[in-house]
Design a protein. Structure first.
Lengths: 104, 104
DNA sequence: CGTGTAAGGAATTCTGACACG
DNA sequence: CGTGTAAGGAATTCTGACACG
């Protein structure tokens, strides 16, 4: 429970497949990286690798772009959203620490 | 609940990445496919694509091979295991159909 | 049977740049 | 600013085959 993210976060998808999955051109995907909206990893040889989370994020980005939202604004939104989620996670951690299942 | 498999089953990983993930050579991975131990999909251009499930399966195969189990025997084991899981799933489905949450 | 390897070709991905607006 | 495209090179993947055992 609460740790089913292992697959969703693993960076293993090539840009070509991400392009198919999202409908975005590779050019756009690379551009959003340049603008720090997304952070793929790299293989030894420098090929980009994305996670399913990245794919979802790219689809959100695409939706916003279609509505005319600039990359800068999208970045702001995305960052805000992340802070919020990180906070939720932390609170949950604190609760578990006091009332949750003991680890030993 | 019970349908978190979407990522695990999606075929999106190239053979090169699968090779890194499993430690198997591409030759071996292709051979296991030839022997029907695994069923990757293909991109438009014919490149193999694997799921995380396939990766796990390959690691099981690797373990068995290390112990000297032949591909034929492994295939038998894997098939048996699948039948078992399919059965569980079906039973669960029947229970839900009678006592589970209504769909309409 | 299971796996390595060299072979040749086709498709992928990468970067930096010019273009348009 | 956001995206297309042509450019040249490097790395990936594919198949069929020969090798060994």
């Amino acid at each position: 429970m609460g740790q089913e993210s292992s697959y969703k976060d693993k960076k293993v998808i090539s840009i070509g497949v991400v392009s198919e999955l999202t409908g975005l051109t590779e050019r756009k995907i690379r551009y959003y990286e340049e603008k720090k909206l997304i952070y793929p990893e790299r293989t030894n040889r420098g090929y980009r690798k994305y996670s399913f989370n990245d794919v979802e994020r790219l689809m959100e980005i695409a939706d916003h772009r279609e509505e005319g939202v600039t990359t800068k604004e999208i970045k702001y939104e995305l960052t805000r959203k992340e802070r919020k989620e990180a906070k939720q996670k932390m609170i949950k951690g604190q609760i578990n620490a006091r009332f949750g299942i003991q680890k030993n």
